[in-house]
Design a binder for this molecule. Structure first.
Ligand code: NI
Length: 132
């Protein structure tokens, strides 16, 4: 499917929901998604895929849990990119940021196994269409 150019600033301005990824492009079997984030996401893991993050603005943190249960926090600023490997439990949190993600089409934002309830304001989705 041919698609015109997408301007990131305009795309980010076209929706305001938090933790609600919107798809700006598809490349082969992957989505490029953007989201506004603030507050805490849920601990989850993606069994079958790595997850790529790029911080477009603000500060974005990802708590990571190793196999032995140790937790650490990866702190990311605007311009930083990071990949959460498949199967690794993680919980994004942020004082406010916009991010870009790259992951296979159909990947659930809350992963294949999430811990506890999904916090209010966190969208369990495979990504929304961009409307602007
Ligand atoms: Ni994830």
């Amino acid at each position: 499917m041919e698609q015109g150019p997408v301007n990131l600033s305009e795309a980010l301005s076209s929706f305001h929901a938090l933790w609600s990824p919107h798809i700006i492009a598809q490349i082969n079997d992957y989505d490029v998604r953007i989201a506004h984030v603030e507050g805490e996401h849920v601990w989850h893991a993606h069994d079958d895929t790595d997850e790529f993050f790029l911080v477009l603005g603000g500060e974005f943190n990802i708590a990571i849990r190793s196999d032995d249960g140790d937790e650490r926090v990866v702190r990311l600023q605007e311009g930083d990119a990071y990949v959460v490997p498949k199967g690794v439990s993680h919980r994004p949190f942020s004082p406010g940021a916009s991010i870009l993600m790259f992951e296979p089409t159909g990947t659930l934002s809350t992963g294949d196994s999430e811990e506890g309830g999904i916090p209010e304001g966190v969208d369990k989705t495979t990504g929304h269409k961009l409307n602007y």
